[in-house]
Design a protein around this ligand. Structure first.
Ligand code: MG
Length: 203
């Protein structure tokens, strides 16, 4: 099982980090040891003093696919959940400056808490799924799948040109604006529409 993530998929988030708007999706991966389930706490690692939260919709891949045509992409994912793409922003900033990979800044242990997944029938329109993140009850991020630069189907088609997708793989689809730092004691809660699907503590 692998986790693939898309960077820079929401225009206002690209602006807040002063990044360039990409012509194709920006792709990175997280190892399976990044995944955390069941609302387990997130432990701030000692190698970073600036861990950022990024709330994202996450696709679950339903079957093996390679070179998937965008038209047929909906056959290849069967559920959507919510995840946090924790990022060691200080490490990522240094890596960016040197033109080096983000692997450690994005892929460290525990950097990808995920919710349960909901079958596609749960959503009336996948181009209009709203989601949000609160910290200690205060709204920090709010997004909608309709605002993505690259749609779910485009992402599936693009990634599968290079990497074979397999059943159970996850794709983080990018974060909207409002990213920021966490601190010990924070309580993060993630919502799809008005339903709380994720809630865990920072330790
Ligand atoms: Mg992200």
């Amino acid at each position: 099982m692998k986790t693939i993530a898309i960077g820079r998929n929401y225009v206002e988030h690209i602006a807040e980090l002063n990044n360039e708007r990409p012509e194709e999706p920006v792709i990175f991966t997280k190892p399976d040891t990044a995944i955390v389930r069941n609302n387990q706490p997130f432990y701030i690692p000692d190698f970073s003093v600036d861990i950022h939260y990024e709330v994202e919709l996450v696709l679950r891949i339903a079957k093996t696919g390679k070179n998937i045509n965008e038209r047929f992409a909906p056959r290849y994912y069967d559920a959507i959940g919510l995840g946090i793409d924790f990022t060691a922003r200080d490490m990522q900033k240094k890596a960016k400056e040197k033109g080096l990979p983000w692997a450690l800044a994005k892929g460290f242990d525990g950097s990808a808490p995920i919710s349960d997944f909901f079958p596609m029938e749960h959503f009336h329109d996948i181009k209009n799924i709203s989601f949000s993140l609160t910290i200690n009850g205060e709204l920090r991020q709010k997004g909608n799948s309709g605002m993505m630069l690259f749609s779910f189907d485009h992402i599936i088609a693009y990634v599968s040109k290079y990497i074979t997708l397999k059943e159970g793989d996850l794709i983080f689809t990018g974060t909207p604006k409002g990213v920021g730092s966490i601190k010990i004691g924070d309580l993060l809660a993630g919502f799809i529409e008005d339903e709380k699907v994720l809630e865990f503590e920072i330790r």
